[in-house]
Design a protein around this ligand. Structure first.
Ligand code: SF4
Length: 361
């Protein structure tokens, strides 16, 4: 038993984790056009050069990020603009460029260099087996969301222009990192017009896949927010009640070995409700991205931690890879070495003692 700040006695301290993240959008080019996304409808930057990547990494460190999410659209490896820019930088292909960015992030940082280590995480849809083989030595973890197990969305705004997002195709794509033992994050979006029963189907399908391949680290529940310029810009965001309902439904089916994440960076007030519904983790809290820094986020995180503690819930920062996967011997050497540097810890050496520190830009 323990006592909350309000004096209430509760049975045991529940715990949740989160990860401070910095996002680099490598490109907004995409071969598809999901209703909840604005990548195809907004201008894209030129692929960042090595110098720009290094500068963004420095910013991420100063803010106190643990990982860098590298984002790009799906099905773009053969787009002329992508191929030509990659070649201009001296790479044979898009994924050679992506590999270089992962390697750059993984190699930098650690006590010897006096800089906070960072781990890269890819979020750019399905990757072919050939390209995954290329990326694996420098890829600690990747995200490939199912998005929805409701194939009825193929005729609704969410996926009317995303034929690659049927459940069977996403599951087939999810098998490929499993064949190579690459830790993978998957999950669904909630509130995009899907039927409630699809949450359970998604959780069951991922559980079955993980029983065969064992590579799923997290199942993410991502709440829908209408993005400006997207096809679903005028649709209401998913309600708190529906989001927490989804957590309970997924938890009831999902393999207990898989971490259940509900992304609450925009709804930190739901942390206690999410924990009670069965969530283990609150996912990414973006301290910044390649467009802007989220100066409000550190305060929001601190408040969320204090409020949750008052409810008897402990929230702590976590590593990009969970202990289950860190203990695995088959992690590539560069990834193991980067993780070891993270564990030695060097917070403070480069002024990155945490995300509350004021950064000097
Ligand atoms: S596939 Fe991904 S990047 Fe492309 S439109 Fe859909 S959500 Fe956006």
């Amino acid at each position: 038993m323990c006592r909350t700040q309000s004096g209430k006695l509760i049975s045991a301290m529940q715990s949740l984790t989160y990860i401070p993240d910095f996002q680099i959008v490598l490109t907004r080019r995409c071969a598809f056009d999901c209703g909840y996304c604005n990548f195809r409808r907004t201008a894209t930057p030129v692929l960042p050069s090595k110098k720009q990547i290094v500068r963004l990494m420095q910013t991420a460190r100063r803010l106190g990020a643990r990982e860098i999410t590298l984002v790009g659209g799906e099905g773009i490896a053969h787009l002329q603009e992508i191929v030509s820019t990659a070649r201009y930088y001296g790479f044979a292909s898009w994924f050679d460029y992506v590999k270089f960015v992962c390697e750059t992030i993984l190699d930098a940082g650690g006590p010897q260099q006096g800089r906070r280590p960072l781990l890269p995480r890819l979020e750019m849809g399905p990757v072919s087996l050939t390209d995954l083989v290329k990326l694996k030595p420098f890829l600690p973890v990747m995200t490939l969301l199912i998005h929805s197990a409701d194939d009825g969305l193929q005729s609704r705004p969410a996926h009317a222009h995303a034929p690659q997002k049927t459940l069977s195709q996403r599951l087939a794509a999810l098998e490929l990192p499993g064949q190579l033992g690459i830790p993978t994050i998957t999950g669904i979006m909630v509130g995009i017009g899907e039927e409630r029963g699809s949450w359970e189907r998604a959780a069951q399908a991922v559980t079955n896949l993980n029983k065969r391949m064992g590579h799923i680290q997290n199942f993410v529940i991502r709440p829908f927010y209408p993005l400006p310029y997207s096809a679903m810009a005028k649709q209401a965001p998913v309600s708190d009640e529906v989001l927490i309902d989804a957590v309970g439904v997924v938890r009831g089916v999902l393999d207990k070995k898989i971490m259940l994440t509900v992304e609450l960076q925009h709804r930190p007030h739901l942390a206690a409700a999410a924990a009670k519904a069965g969530a283990d983790d609150l996912g990414r809290f973006f301290l910044g991205d390649s467009d802007r820094l989220h100066f409000e986020m550190p305060e929001s995180i601190e408040k969320m931690i204090a409020d949750a503690r008052a409810e008897g819930i402990e929230i702590t920062e976590r590593m990009p890879l969970t202990d289950n996967f860190i203990r695995r011997r088959e992690l590539p050497q560069a990834v193991s070495m980067a993780l070891a540097r993270c564990r030695q810890g060097n917070d403070g050496k480069d002024g990155s003692s945490g995300h509350l520190e004021a950064i000097g830009m």
